[in-house]
Design a protein around this ligand. Structure first.
Ligand code: UDX
Length: 442
């Protein structure tokens, strides 16, 4: 099938390459000419395991191309909208200007029977509003909402082997593309995924929009729940990691996403829970998700706690001691620094006058571009030289597997390790001469 993808960011670029790998003829469009040129040359603008081979295979097959010219989408039957919905400046709501512009600009290029398929995360009600725009354009085209759930670091697998497919379709009377036809088109697009038995949920657009925000709100709540337990553990001498293991054995609770630490960041969870709160307030149901404000607050307090632990560990050495932060991305296997707890901690320490260096296997270029004032070093070994306080904030495998004995030889006298992700073995680090401090661990 001829398919277009509007927006070649993280989601759009991966989606386009994945659709080409399934056998579709894909054109991806973005207004960022530099990004399009890189993608068309087979270069990945971000670090994502498995994406580069998928991109190159797609380009070489002739089934995938990138362009800045929107008119090239005219022959496509299905148009995916994959542009960003960032947080508005000075507020909690989602900025829908990119989505609105993408759909409006697409209208003159829609053929009869074409289906516009929203993938961006949007406030509930957006699809219905956009559907009226598409249907009202009189081109015989329709709209559906098909949220994605991809995680950075697993984007390719999450696109080609998702946990579920969600189709939000419209059964509006007189709609140019009926709900049944929209479902059929999406089935055709995702044919191998559907054939492999992936659960499929076919529903209305409002439910589809809500599925996405509800899923992210639940995940954020799970993380903040265990981080709240961390706060209690800290004043009682309990160990939150053992607590998580013990409650996680209950299958109704489950152990995944119960890792206490410096909390969640990234381009999705923080802004999605805020946008959900803002939308619920608009709908007069602010109280229904008021707890998400608490989820956000707990999450941000964990960053305060890490900064507090560093200052406490430095003690008298506040302006003379050396601090090394391991990790700058919001999670491992990504070069993404959007709303990164790690970067926040570094910026705040620097702002407090602390002598801090930071390292990361993949995120330094992005961090340097945004915060040129910080001190970056290439390796953990360089970072830990003569260090008084080391802080692990992004749990890259390289850092999880550091040898505490070898690192103690590099570090200054009486060093402290702050384990911001609770992934190190306290006994091994203590035995090697470090003072170990975790989050919610004695
Ligand atoms: C998330 C959702 O998982 C995904 O389904 C959605 O499509 C986009 O948002 P992503 O932002 O890639 O994906 O990251 P995710 O793996 O969910 O992690 C988010 C943050 O939570 C990271 O900062 C991570 O370090 C943190 N986290 C995760 C915890 O602090 N504890 C955990 O137990 C799990």
């Amino acid at each position: 099938m001829r398919v277009s993808v509007i927006g070649a960011g993280y989601l759009g670029a991966v989606h386009a390459a994945a659709m080409a790998s399934i056998g579709h003829d894909v054109v991806a469009v973005d207004i960022d000419a530099a990004r399009i040129a890189r993608l068309q040359a087979g270069e990945t603008p971000f670090h994502e395991p498995g994406f580069e081979p998928l991109l190159r295979t797609g380009l070489n097959s002739g089934r995938l191309r990138f362009t800045t010219d929107l008119s090239e989408v005219a022959t496509a039957r299905v148009h995916f909208i994959a542009v960003g919905t960032p947080q508005v400046a000075g507020g909690n709501a989602a900025d829908l200007s990119y989505v609105d512009a993408a759909v409006t600009d697409l209208l003159p290029h829609l053929g009869a029977g074409a289906l516009v398929v929203g993938k961006s995360t949007v406030p509930v009600g957006t699809a219905a509003r956009l559907a009226e725009l598409v249907e009202g354009a009189g081109r015989g085209a329709g709209l559906a909402w098909n949220p994605e759930f991809l995680r950075e670091g697993y984007a390719v697998a999450d696109t080609l082997k998702p946990d579920r497919l969600v189709y939000g379709v419209r059964d509006a009377p007189g709609a140019a593309v009926s709900a049944a036809v929209a479902e059929q088109l999406l089935d055709e697009v995702y044919a191998p995924i559907v054939a492999s038995g992936t659960p499929k949920v076919v529903t209305d657009t409002a439910t589809a929009e809500l599925v996405k925000v509800a899923a992210n709100a639940f995940l954020a709540t799970k993380i903040s729940f265990i981080n709240a337990m961390s706060e209690i553990a800290e004043v009682t001498g309990a160990d939150v990691t053992t607590l998580a293991d013990a409650i996680g054995y209950d299958e109704r609770i489950g152990r995944r996403f119960l890792n206490a630490g410096v909390g969640f960041g990234g381009g999705c969870l923080p802004k999605d829970i805020r946008a959900f709160t803002a939308r619920a307030e608009e709908l007069g149901r602010g109280e229904s998700v008021a707890f998400l404000k608490e989820v956000d607050a707990i999450n941000l307090r964990r960053r305060d706690r890490v900064v507090e632990l560093v200052l406490d560990s430095l003690g008298q050495r506040r302006y003379t001691g050396r601090v090394a932060v391991l990790g700058v991305t919001f999670k491992p296997d990504s070069d993404d620094i959007r709303d990164s707890p790690a970067l926040d901690v570094v910026v705040r320490l620097r702002g407090l006058g602390v002598d801090v260096v930071v390292t990361d296997p993949r995120g330094l270029d992005n961090a340097r571009a945004m915060h040129p004032q910080l001190t970056y070093v290439a390796t953990a070994e360089e970072a830990l030289a003569d260090v008084d306080v080391a802080v692990l904030v992004t749990e890259w495998r390289d850092y999880r597997e550091l040898d505490p004995v070898a690192m103690a030889r590099l570090a200054g006298a009486a060093p402290t390790i702050i384990d911001g992700r609770n992934v190190l073995q306290p006994a091994a680090w203590r035995a090697a001469g470090w003072t170990y401090r975790g989050l919610g661990r004695p």
